[in-house]
Write a protein that binds this ligand. Structure first.
Ligand SMILES: [Zn+2]
Length: 452
């Protein structure tokens, strides 16, 4: 007997961001993710209180690379953690790039550069469906999450108690994945699931793709530009498949960190990591690499000469084009120059394919702000009056409520814990998902006793 098993949320309790949970009994402690919370125009937030127990944690299980799940892991080393980080190979590659990128933005706010290298050295890769040991008497197995490349749900066996931690999951079919897997066949005792879309209806993806296709086709007919702000990993690659299906001649320009993430994604185009549909698409299009279509151009020095001048040059041509660029919420990055260059022409379109958090420039724009300042942070502030048309496309990388219901009816847990959702989403999801016992909405820092 090793005492009661508890789960403590150090973040992502009643909020989205800084996912960090610790499963613990008297002798063992396992962290599930350890991320930061990004905030517009303010420093990011750490999971609160995890520093104090970093030394006690045996190992970390990392569900996927997004910094709201991975961004605080190096800090655990700064606070005395000495264990291993268990994840998948693609997640290791993507996370390392995101950590380096984040260090450029926030420097030593949470951790030092040497902690980044320590964390990288401590990463251990596992495949889906491979059972491995994470502490004495504690084992883990990954299942597909359908969220981003390398993303995993984890089933943990803790002295015979089965616990499922979903991380971020998506139930919808996307260009690279077939939605999340229903893990194992046995009933699971405790399910810790994301409920990001707990109070949101997710439109049918095929319909959203058709709407985007129609918008782009019309813009192309009037020789206009379509500017698409997008997150580097995940949505950008999905959209390149969508554009790849129907744009064979119109140029598609790819800018910012998307290029690096395309290279990593292409490396993992293998049946272990992506849907078999990807191979059918490649065959049909005669491609070796989905991101190297003849009409796709990555904006690099090698391809276009001076990238900054090339972005400006695009504004002077009257050829139609699609421009896919970071950052996804328009907070910074090359999208600012594209907004300046193309934003003042009525015929152009700003196609917004992702969630825009409160306080971001992207949110202000979709809520109607038309006078914006771009490139402020790189010392070239420019005021732009947006004249182009602005359209939203409601893609989501997260599960619908129906998806979570399906997961719960398959796993039949004794206890359900809803995380990674704000108060409204969590409350609504809690009402909808009640099945005998109501789901638990954790409070940050307060341990929940698990029904082991
Ligand atoms: Zn995520």
């Amino acid at each position: 007997m090793t005492g009661k098993l508890t789960l403590t949320a150090f973040g992502a309790a009643g909020e989205v961001g800084r996912s960090c949970f610790v499963l613990k009994d008297r002798d063992r402690a396992i962290a599930l993710d350890c991320g930061i919370k990004l905030r517009p125009k303010q420093p990011s937030l750490a999971p609160s209180g995890v520093d104090k127990i970093a030394r006690e944690i045996d190992s970390v299980v990392l569900s996927h690379a997004h910094v709201d799940h991975s961004g605080y892991i190096p800090a655990l080393f700064k606070h005395g953690f000495q264990g291993e980080i268990h994840t998948t190979n693609p997640t290791i590659d993507i996370t390392y790039e995101l950590w380096k990128d984040h260090f450029k933005i926030e420097g030593e706010r949470h951790w030092r550069e040497e902690n980044l290298e320590q964390a990288f050295d401590a990463m251990r890769a596992h495949r889906y469906h491979q059972r491995y040991k994470i502490a004495d008497g504690v084992y883990a197995t990954f299942y597909r999450a359908g969220h981003i490349l390398g993303g995993a749900q984890t089933v943990i066996e803790w002295d015979g108690t089965l616990i499922l931690y979903t991380g971020d999951i998506n139930d919808k079919t996307t260009p690279l994945f077939d939605g999340f897997e229903l893990p194992g066949n046995e009933p699971i005792d405790i399910v810790i699931t994301e409920a990001t879309n707990g109070n949101r209806i997710i439109p049918d993806r095929e319909q959203v793709n058709r709407d985007l296709r129609e918008t782009v086709t019309k813009a192309v007919q009037r020789k206009a530009k379509v500017v698409v702000p997008s997150f580097a990993i995940g949505r950008s690659q999905e959209l390149e498949f969508v554009f790849g299906q129907f744009l064979d001649e119109i140029p598609v320009y790819i800018d910012g960190m998307i290029r690096l993430m395309n290279a990593i994604t292409n490396y993992y185009i293998h049946p272990d990591w992506v849907s078999p549909r990807v191979f059918r698409y490649l065959k049909e299009k005669g491609l070796a690499n989905p991101f190297e279509k003849e009409n796709f151009t990555e904006i690099t020095r090698e391809n276009v000469g001076n990238p900054h001048e090339f972005r400006r040059f695009l504004g002077k041509t009257d050829q139609p084009a699609v421009i896919l660029s970071t950052s996804g919420m328009m907070e910074g990055g090359p999208i600012h120059t594209h907004l300046e260059v193309h934003g003042q022409k009525q015929e152009n379109v700003l196609a917004v394919p992702g969630y825009q958090a409160e306080g971001t420039l992207g949110r202000a724009i979709i809520e109607g702000q038309r006078e914006i300042v771009v490139n402020e942070f790189i010392g070239r502030p420019t005021t732009v009056n947006l004249e182009l048309s602005i359209q939203r496309f409601q893609y989501s990388g997260h599960a619908s409520l129906e998806g979570i219901k399906r997961l719960l009816s398959h796993t039949q847990p004794k206890q359900t814990i809803l995380i990674h959702c704000d108060h409204d989403e969590g409350t609504h999801a809690g009402q909808q998902l009640t099945n005998g016992t109501a789901p638990i909405l954790p409070k940050a820092g307060v341990p929940i006793e698990l029904l082991a």
